[in-house]
Structure formats: C-alpha cells, structure tokens
Design a protein around this ligand. Structure first.
Ligand code: UDP
Ligand code: MG
Length: 309
C-alpha cells in the first residue's frame, strides 16, 4: 500500500487546525479508490496559542494525525523542512493550515502524478485580497529573480506542491541553513506540472507575514539563489572609473582652453557623496553574503523539536 503524507506548517493556527482537517478529509476520498493510505503531519512552529492542543484533540479521534512541535518559532521554511524529513509517504504534499491552498485541488494534482509527473505545483494567477503594494513588490521580486538567477522561480508560485519520494529525498539532501524552498524546488529539477488557481483568502486568523518580513525573505531568496549582486561592485567600480577618466579629460581640455578658475566645489561634494554611497552599498552586499556564510558554517540545526506525537 502506498502512502500520502500531508505536511501542514502551523504558527498560531488554533482556529484553522480542525477546519483544515475537515476540509482535507472531505477531499481525499480518492485515496480509498486507489487503495492508498494517508498521514497528516502538523508541524507546530512554536505556536503561542492552543495549536498543539487542537492537533492532539484530532489525534485522539484519528491516529493518522501526527504532531511535531518546535521549541520556538523557527519560521515556515524550517517547518517545511521538518515535515519533509519526518514524512514517510511515497507522495508528499505541503499545504498551509489556513486553507489558502485548497485541498479540493488534490484529486486533480494526483491524477497528474499518475500520468508520470514527479511533482505538481500550484500558482496563483490573481492576488485578489492582497494589499496592492505587496503585489507590486512581489512582481518586481519575481522579475528580478528571473534576470539574476539561473534557478527557475515562478511568479505567484505557492509552496503548495505534491511531490514524489524521489524529489523529496533530493530536497532533503540540500541541508542549507538559509532555506528558500521556492528556489530549492526549481533547483532540484524534475518534471513539474503547474496548476493555476484564483487566490483564496485565509480562513481564520491573520497572516504571519508583514511587509518588512517579506522584504527580508526576498533578500534571503536573492542571496540564496544568485551571486549576481556580488558582481555589482565590480561593474559599478568600472563605471565610476570611466566617468572619472572622462572628467579628467574634460578638466585638462578646459584648463588649456580657458585657464583654471577655482570653482566646482559643489560638484566635488556631490561626487564624493555619490561614490561613498555606492561604496557603502557594495560593502553592504558583501556583508549580506558574509552573514549568510557565517550562519551556514556554524552548522546549526534547522529546527529543534520539543514534542513528537
Ligand atoms: N507559518 C509557519 N511559521 C511561521 C509563519 C507561518 O509555520 O513563522 C505557517 C502558517 O501557519 C501558515 C503558512 O505558514 O500555515 C503560511 O503563513 P501565512 O498564511 O501567514 O502566510 P501568507 O499566506 O499570508 O503568505
Ligand atoms: Mg496564508
């Protein structure tokens, strides 16, 4: 008998745990026809509310429900990794607890797996209900990533994805500390079928991501999957050398034609400010990569388990 593992990262989702379970069960009747089993892994990412208790309540009724609690909040990336590591399934699917990843898509996704795909991924074609500023910057991020990274990262891609065991093992073999799963999916390759759907708003509770958090996460994505920013300082250096060279020419020619009146103080200040700004910016980029490397070489565990049931 083959097994489907459903991984659900939860951070303060007490209201959604049972809702999600009910909605999932309603949509997985196709498993019986295929003679398959199910396991549901709730990863409690250090929730401060009653998320863990809610999961335990479900477990009393249904032994297919499992809970892994972290000792603190490690972030969704860590929760997804923990889920993949603990899933035993021949097929594994990652889903948000807030029902923004509709379980109703599962039967269709599964049918593509049977046709021989290694993975079925989902993307939102609309961003209805999301703040416009957020959508705007998200677009810019994906467009930038397309230019500066060799790894394919699809605009609007969700983490909602059904994968074969082979692909899960490939993802688990990437043990990096700074995880950007959307990039990792693309990096490992395999044949992926994309399913599109309209954005669904979260069932209960509030989003855990504010603008600043998303901004930092996008920087994680860039540093994890592109080294192009590191080249930026060399390019800017060259550009500034060229400008300096042209200016020297200009000054020499002017000196011979018109003499040398003492002026140009404001322009000098502008140039100094501008170049030192660029220098700081480039040092900052170096710092970003250095910081990531520093965290990486420490080899810290990606998550710490408090309880496993
Ligand atoms: N999540 C998590 N750890 C965190 C933040 C979020 O496990 O630190 C989970 C959260 O419980 C939800 C999923 O990740 O199941 C997506 O989070 P959310 O709905 O807040 O993000 P959004 O859908 O607004 O991008
Ligand atoms: Mg959500």
């Amino acid at each position: 008998m083959s097994l489907l593992s459903v991984i659900v990262p939860c951070y303060n989702e007490e209201e959604n745990v049972a809702l999600f379970y009910a909605e999932l069960i309603r949509n997985v009747s196709f498993l019986e026809e295929k003679n398959m089993e199910l396991e549901i892994l709730y990863i409690d990412d250090g929730s401060k509310d009653r998320t863990a208790e809610e999961v335990k309540k479900l477990r009393e009724k249904d032994s297919r429900v499992h809970l892994l609690s972290f000792s603190r909040n490690f972030g969704k990336e860590a929760a997804m990794y923990a889920g993949l590591e603990n899933a035993k399934g021949d097929y594994v699917v990652l889903m948000d607890a807030d029902l923004q990843d509709p379980p109703a898509l599962l039967p269709e996704m599964f049918s593509y797996m049977e046709q021989g795909c290694d993975s079925v991924a989902t993307r939102r074609v609309s961003r209805k209900g999301e703040p416009p500023v957020r959508s705007f910057f998200a677009r810019i991020f994906y467009r930038l990533m397309k230019k500066i990274s060799k790894t394919e990262i699809m605009d609007g891609a969700r983490d909602y994805r059904l994968m074969s065991r082979q692909m899960v093992d490939a993802i688990l073999s990437m043990k990096e500390y700074n995880r950007f799963t959307k990039g990792i999916f693309g990096w490992v390759g395999f044949e992926t079928k994309w399913i599109e759907y309209e954005n669904v708003e979260r069932a209960r509770g509030e989003t855990k991501w504010n603008f600043w958090k998303l901004f930092l996460y996008s920087l994680d994505g860039i540093t994890a999957f592109s080294t192009v920013p590191l080249m930026l300082s060399s390019v800017l250096g060259l550009v500034f050398c060229l400008i300096a060279f042209l200016m020297i020419l200009f000054i020499i020619v002017r000196k011979f034609l018109f003499g040398d009146p003492v002026s140009g103080w404001p322009s000098l200040v502008c140039i100094i400010l501008m170049t030192s700004g660029v220098q700081f910016f480039c040092t900052g980029i170096l710092g970003q990569y250095l910081a990531k490397m520093y965290m990486e070489v420490k080899h810290r565990p990606i998550y710490v388990v408090k309880e496993k049931v």
